[in-house]
Design a protein around this ligand. Structure first.
Ligand SMILES: *Cc1c(COP(=O)(O)O)cnc(C)c1O
Length: 235
């Protein structure tokens, strides 16, 4: 039974890896330029452990309660865990103390909250700013002015370390729209690097199961994959 889960994940990772490498080869990028995250929301700890055994080291969770419950007893030193979902104010404290990075920082009040919660930290909390690149999406900073202001705010707090941007492309079959969305993230990161050259804007978290190839072509450095790793397991 559990061997099946392991085999299933291993096979999924192998075929995903081939697609990632093909896409990178086409665009002239190197494998170490893109990190693969397994988004393990809705998956059991057992499944996560198999995935770790199969070689994956970076995981993402989109709910604080679920993520902390799942990973509280499974946290090998080389496992990295990011928060990628909408973060409510009343969950911020728990998230800050548990996750290695919060990718979905999507509003000024959340930066203030995270900044206040991390004032005493020795090592800053790594965050990504979520940029709004698709009409239908509700979350994220809209437009360059607002992402500039967010960046300024985040940099101001000693306990926060911005490391780049994240986005969700529109859910559409229209490849051009998806590409436009990813390109907007890439371009915003260039603008941020010009405006705040002392900071690190190099992480571009974009691309999921349905659109990671386009994301890689458009400069993604971190793809967040759920279904292509965990989707068809018989658990
Ligand atoms: C669920 C989720 C993913 C992964 O989605 P798939 O389409 O299953 O690969 C990526 N990013 C975020 C923020 C998610 O919530």
């Amino acid at each position: 039974m559990s061997l099946d889960i392991y085999e299933g994940i291993k096979n999924n990772l192998i075929s995903l890896e081939e697609k990632i490498e093909d896409t990178l080869a086409k665009t002239g990028r190197k494998r170490d330029e893109v990190r693969l995250m397994g988004v393990s929301k809705f998956q059991s700890l057992e499944v996560v452990e198999h995935c770790y055994k199969a070689g994956l080291r970076l995981f993402g969770e989109s709910r604080v309660q679920e993520g902390t419950e799942k990973f509280k007893d499974f946290r090998p030193d080389d496992l990295e865990l990011h928060f990628v979902g909408p973060l409510q104010r009343n969950k911020a404290k728990k998230a800050v103390s548990f996750f290695d990075c919060i990718q979905s920082v999507d509003r000024d009040s959340l930066i203030e909250e995270l900044g206040a919660l991390t004032l005493e930290r020795e090592t800053p909390l790594i965050i990504l700013l979520e940029y709004h690149t698709a009409e239908e999406s509700k979350s994220g900073f809209k437009g360059l002015d607002s992402i500039f202001r967010a960046a300024e705010r985040a940099i101001f707090f000693p306990g926060l370390k911005p490391a780049g941007l994240m986005t969700m492309a529109p859910f559409t079959e229209n490849e051009a729209e998806v590409r436009t969305s990813f390109r907007a993230l890439y371009e915003a990161s260039l603008e941020l690097a010009k405006r705040f050259p002392g900071e690190d804007w190099s992480c571009l978290s974009m691309g999921m199961t349905s659109d990671f190839k386009i994301a890689i072509e458009e400069g993604s450095t971190l793809i967040r994959i759920g279904s292509a790793i965990f989707g068809d397991l018989k658990t």
